[in-house]
Write a protein that binds this ligand. Structure first.
Ligand SMILES: Nc1nc2c(ncn2[C@@H]2O[C@H](COP(=O)(O)OP(=O)(O)OP(=O)(O)O)[C@@H](O)[C@H]2O)c(=O)[nH]1
Ligand SMILES: [Mg+2]
Length: 315
């Protein structure tokens, strides 16, 4: 197949086409992944997450530049970017972005694709696989948020970088409830602003308070992404973390968990599609909700009935 050949020949346009097909749920793209699946699994997947406007994209661009200097190839996927962007603004700074976008060793894409039930979608998983087949050494997945999305990204990333910035007001609020657990590396970006050192101290304190799950000491680094300051150290920590998870077997268990989450997501999508579309009359959830509201039925009985009808139909 033409597209498959182009992908193997490192034609970036094939990557763009395939990811678009994935977003449109075009089975042909998934077939290509199936055929080339043996080429997947070799990229270091780095999650970048943190509050809106923290400088995640600027930081990612800066990291990508550094990795290109080291002759590494880089794919970047921004999931649900919060800032409205036109064409090229996904990496914040247009000039940096243009350099990167023209480089055959870099591919940048934004995807507005949360799964049916939130979380990292089937499409995002598939896009990382395309980038792996293309041969990217590093894949950055940027997500914005200060809640569930950070926890979700952990499932796809081998290394998760949590980006924080001073001056968000109640800084420590941002760090609540499980969010700290997911950072393998903490970055206090915009260190050119007041309050960076205070925030570093606060993060340190939070980290000291909790029980360590393993012997990876989560580093806290200061960066000024717009000036490429602190990026060398960050790249080194990324290498170091990868080394750590490889040698301890954590990488394998992370990958297994990721595959499990992906399987569950594909099953969910497939199953919900089946429930919605397999009958002559399509399932009318609004109508059922109405019946439940009016106490004509209840959610458990309603779902039992849907399953019963599905079974009847498949017999
Ligand atoms: N002063 C300062 N500004 C920065 C720094 N890093 C990024 N910025 C600026 O912060 C703004 C937001 O940067 P982005 O990289 O788009 O931030 P983001 O986290 O990707 O934003 P979203 O994807 O919209 O959540 C831009 O105007 C950047 O130029 C920094 O280190 N210092
Ligand atoms: Mg961004």
């Amino acid at each position: 197949m033409e597209l498959k050949k182009k992908l193997l020949e490192h034609d970036k346009r094939a990557v763009a086409r395939l990811i678009s097909m994935i977003e449109n749920d075009d089975q042909k793209a998934f077939n290509i992944i199936s055929e080339l699946f043996y080429l997947t699994g070799n990229a270091h997947i780095v999650g970048i997450t943190g509050p809106p406007g923290a400088g995640k994209s600027t930081l990612t661009a800066s990291l990508a530049k550094k990795l290109r200097d080291l002759d590494k190839t880089v794919g970047i996927i921004a999931v649900d970017p919060s800032s409205p962007f036109t064409g090229g603004a996904i990496l914040g700074d247009r000039i940096r972005m243009q350099d990167l976008a023209l480089d055959e060793g870099v591919y940048i894409r934004s995807m507005g694709s949360r799964g049916h039930l939130g979380g990292i979608s089937k499409a995002t998983h598939a896009a990382t696989r395309i980038l792996e087949i293309y041969g990217m050494d590093y894949i950055f997945v940027e997500t914005v948020g200060v809640g569930q999305s950070e926890v979700d990204i952990m499932k796809i990333a081998d290394t998760t970088i949590l980006v924080l910035v001073p001056g968000l007001g109640d800084d420590i609020q941002v760090l609540k409830a499980g969010i700290m657990e997911i950072g393998d590396i903490f970055v206090v970006n915009k260190a050119d602003k007041d309050g960076a050192d205070k925030l570093v101290l606060e993060v340190e304190m939070m980290l000291n308070l909790r029980k360590m799950e393993n012997d990876w000491q989560q580093p806290i680094l200061k960066t000024i992404a717009i000036q490429d300051t602190g990026i060398d150290i960050l790249v080194n920590k990324i290498f170091k973390h990868y080394n750590y998870i490889k040698t301890t077997g954590l990488l394998k268990s992370k990958k297994l968990k990721c595959i499990e989450a992906e399987l569950a997501e594909i099953l969910r999508e497939r199953f919900i599609d089946m429930v919605y579309n397999s009958n002559n009359a399509q399932l009318d959830l609004k109508e059922i909700a109405n019946e439940i509201f009016n106490k004509k039925t209840d959610p458990y009985t309603a779902v039992d009935k849907i399953f019963f009808e599905l079974k009847e139909r498949s017999n």
